[in-house]
Design a protein around this ligand. Structure first.
Ligand code: AMP
Length: 280
């Protein structure tokens, strides 16, 4: 695997691929790689001639400075994992390389960025949009891979590409889970052993909410989830929402022919975990 740290060098390297009409698959990450990230690499490898993975912990998407300071850095093992998955190029830029000058663009993606993560983490999606747009301009990928673990982010990126007519195909990939259902996340390694044992309650609760979806009102499901999570004193629920999968409009009543997902954010001790599943 080639490791490239500058935009100039990456441009030069990818020019060769573009000139020979090779397709470029791109997987942007913040490192601390796990099987979730690697499933995106695997898919990108299947569908493209060359795969670029970026590792860049984007300072401007952290609305909480403590979260940024505590974000895990495991670059040596990340490189090993990428090697094992035959990733072709690792792009490992510095902050100066990505932001030679500050980018203060304010984006408006409408309602999809204003609810849930957008509401609870002000500025987060703006920071994500700035970095992903910059990375798309640098890498010029044919296809770009995003996990549905961050489903709202996936919709924001699709909107970004549409709004600015960016020529890349956004591919949404399924959530990869631990043996007990916990959605894989770089933040999971910050859980204590006892917190880790409790963490599967989040997914189990979503699965039960899905089972109830056919024959229980949305209001009742929401109340039930709230009670269920509050039964674990180590957990504090930030939100649980049932929303239309395409628009993220909160579902008040179920309509035929509309796809719904449910979304949850929970603090387990100091660690904030999010998850979501499709309901129908
Ligand atoms: P991150 O490093 O957290 O910014 O994630 C980089 C990419 O990996 C994003 O598109 C995430 O949605 C995706 N991702 C993270 N965790 C998972 C998971 N458990 N399953 C699938 N994709 C994931």
């Amino acid at each position: 695997m080639e490791i490239i740290k500058t935009v100039i060098e990456l441009n030069k390297r990818l020019k060769e691929e573009i000139e020979t009409n090779n397709s470029i698959g791109f997987v942007p990450t913040m490192g601390a790689l796990h099987q979730g990230h690697l499933s995106l690499i695997e898919k990108a490898k299947e569908e493209n001639n060359i795969v670029v993975c970026s590792i860049f912990v984007n300072p401007i998407q952290f609305n909480n400075p403590e979260d940024f300071d505590n974000y895990p850095l495991t670059i040596d093992s990340d490189m090993q994992k990428l090697e094992n998955y035959d990733c072709d190029i690792l792009f490992l830029p510095s902050v100066k390389e990505i932001y030679p000058r500050a980018d203060n663009t304010i984006y408006d993606f409408g309602d999809i960025e204003k609810v849930m993560e957008g509401e609870k983490r002000p500025g987060h999606f703006n920071g994500v949009a700035i970095v992903v747009k910059r990375l798309f301009e640098i890498v010029k990928p044919n296809k770009s891979y995003f996990g549905k673990k961050d489903y709202q982010q996936y919709l924001v990126i699709k909107e970004l590409v549409k709004k600015f007519d960016i020529d890349t195909n956004i591919i949404g990939c399924d959530i990869i889970r631990e043996f007990d259902g916990l959605a894989m996340s770089s933040r999971n390694m910050r859980l204590t052993d006892s917190e880790r044992k409790l963490a599967s309650i989040i997914y189990q609760t979503l699965i039960k909410a899905k089972e109830k979806f056919n024959n229980t009102s949305i209001e009742k499901i929401k109340k039930w989830v709230e009670t269920e999570i509050s039964n674990t004193p180590e957990m504090e629920m930030e939100y649980f929402e049932i929303a239309e999968a395409e628009t993220l409009k909160a579902a008040l009543q179920k309509q035929n022919n509309v796809k719904y997902r449910c979304f949850i954010a929970v603090f387990l001790g100091k660690v904030r975990l999010i998850d979501n599943i499709e309901l129908n």
